[in-house]
Design a protein around this ligand. Structure first.
Ligand code: AMP
Length: 473
């Protein structure tokens, strides 16, 4: 199928050709014609599937068909006209036609960048990002231009709505991108408030890794007779990403193995995921000392520093990005060849998002989890979630002293018959947690096996996952 067959206007088609897109991805093939026809959409597809274009191309097509006269004056022009009439200019709220809500700043910036690419020949249509961490005066300047498209994280958007800077009465299209993540991050009340401020007659498109549970309930509440699109593409299943588990005995073993794997000649750029912000900094420092060009990325960094780090990654100056989950969401750098789970993620969904940082834009990728023996159960949960077995790999010279635990069967997340489901077998090592938090700075310690709170436990003080009251404002 071609983009022409989807019914997009010629300005958009030209931009797609210039961007090097030759054919629509499966989610685009299904979503674009339905969205051009004005249907509400519920789409289950993940990052990497081409979902941004799936909602943005038909939206641009629709927005481009609105007559310029109907678009009205910008708040800046209104104020100038008032001054010319000798009146005191009153601030007029921005009236966007389209709103895209995203869980993180990085994803919002990514969506805006892609939108700029797709709308390059549609001079009248502008997209701006409204994000937590960005200075208010800068955002006021952006809003004063009355952009057609706002791409925003929920917290900061609510601030502007409540102070009367944005008026959604003219909104035509609402997109919730990675809706499951927004709910995970505690944005449900903000989303409900934003949706309630938009016209009933709007078109709504919701994208989410899953359409089950809470997300499904919300999706059905805010859409009308939606078309449901479920994409199980290779990118969704990450078939282009080779996954591996390497068992390690302790932190020293883990650090040596990481250094060795990072020196692999097939490694162009890597993302190393850690559980905490502090570890991201510590490991980035250690890798720099070891001669890698590494940088940390986490939620404690100012937005400017985060953007600079991502730019350096895109330009290839940073070879190894050491990141926490939230900060790394939405990173779309096709030259990332490797993803390392230095720490396993707390939630299996995060594993899927993490490994999706590699194998982008049709390339292959390698995702390696460095797992201590006590974390075998966590691997099992991930395998159950992804319905894929992750093979265990051993590198000569880096063999773990212990054998892997738990015993593995050929079923994803499965167990060999006769394995221990309760208590240790005679002679088997106990995996009780030793005291104290482990050191992550490469110092060999006795804290092997324990890495802070368990897989399920969500320790907000360690995690980069924002708590409700710490929303992305
Ligand atoms: P997304 O799932 O929106 O994060 O997109 C993943 C990557 O695929 C981005 O780098 C897009 O620029 C790229 N992409 C999206 N659609 C296409 C397409 N039809 N052809 C080639 N690349 C695409």
């Amino acid at each position: 199928m071609t983009f022409e067959a989807l019914g997009l206007n010629t300005s958009i088609l030209k931009a797609l050709t210039d961007a090097g897109y030759t054919a629509p991805t499966p989610v685009q093939q299904q979503a674009v014609p339905a969205a051009i026809a004005g249907k509400d959409l519920l789409v289950s597809s993940q990052t990497g599937s081409g979902k941004t274009a799936a909602f943005m191309l038909p939206s641009l097509h629709r927005l481009a068909s609105i007559e310029p006269a109907a678009a009205g004056k910008t708040p800046n022009q209104e104020m100038q006209a008032a001054r010319a009439r000798g009146e005191r200019p009153r601030f007029k709220a921005a009236q966007p036609k389209m709103l895209v809500l995203t869980p993180t700043r990085e994803l919002a910036l990514q969506v805006t960048t892609n939108t700029d690419k797709y709308s390059v020949n549609l001079r009248r249509i502008k997209a701006v990002s409204i994000l937590g961490g960005m200075p208010y005066p800068k955002q006021m300047q952006l809003l004063a231009k009355n952009p057609e498209i706002l791409v925003a994280t929920p917290g900061r958007l609510i601030d502007h709505m409540e102070s009367g800077k944005i008026d959604f009465s003219q909104l035509e299209i609402l997109v919730l991108d990675e809706a499951d993540r927004m709910l995970d991050m505690g944005f449900i009340d903000d989303i409900e408030k934003i949706v309630a401020a938009t016209p009933e007659g709007r078109q709504t498109m919701l994208f989410s890794a899953t359409l089950d549970g809470v997300v499904g309930n919300m999706a059905r509440r805010i859409t009308k007779d939606p078309q449901i699109i479920q994409i199980m593409s290779a990118a969704n299943k990450h078939e282009n990403i080779t996954q591996r588990v390497h068992f390690v005995d302790d932190l020293s073993h883990k650090n040596r193995l990481l250094d060795h794997l990072l020196r692999d000649e097939t490694m162009a750029q890597a993302v190393v995921f850690t559980a905490t912000k502090r570890d991201a900094d510590t490991i980035a420092d250690r890798l720099n000392i070891a001669g890698f060009s590494a940088a940390a990325l986490h939620g404690d960094m100012h937005q400017g520093a985060r953007n600079r780090t991502l730019d350096s990654l895109r330009r290839g100056q940073v070879k190894v990005l050491v990141a926490t989950d939230v900060a790394a969401r939405g990173i779309d750098v096709p030259t990332i060849t490797h993803v390392f789970n230095y720490d396993l993620p707390k939630f299996p969904e995060d594993y899927v998002h993490r490994i999706g940082r590699t194998g982008r834009a049709g390339r292959n990728g390698l995702a390696i989890s460095l797992v201590n023996h006590a974390e075998g159960m966590h691997v099992k949960r991930i395998e159950r979630f992804t319905k894929q077995m992750i093979p265990v790999n051993v590198i000569e010279g880096f063999e773990p002293k212990k054998t892997s635990f738990p015993p593995r069967s050929s079923r994803p997340g499965g167990w060999k018959p006769g394995d221990n489901r309760g208590g240790n077998k005679p002679g088997q090592r106990s995996f009780s947690k030793p005291g104290g938090a482990p050191r992550r700075d490469g110092v060999t310690g006795s804290n092997e096996g324990y890495k802070g709170p368990g897989f399920k436990a969500n320790n907000p003080y360690n995690s980069d996952r924002p708590r409700r009251s710490y929303g992305d404002r």
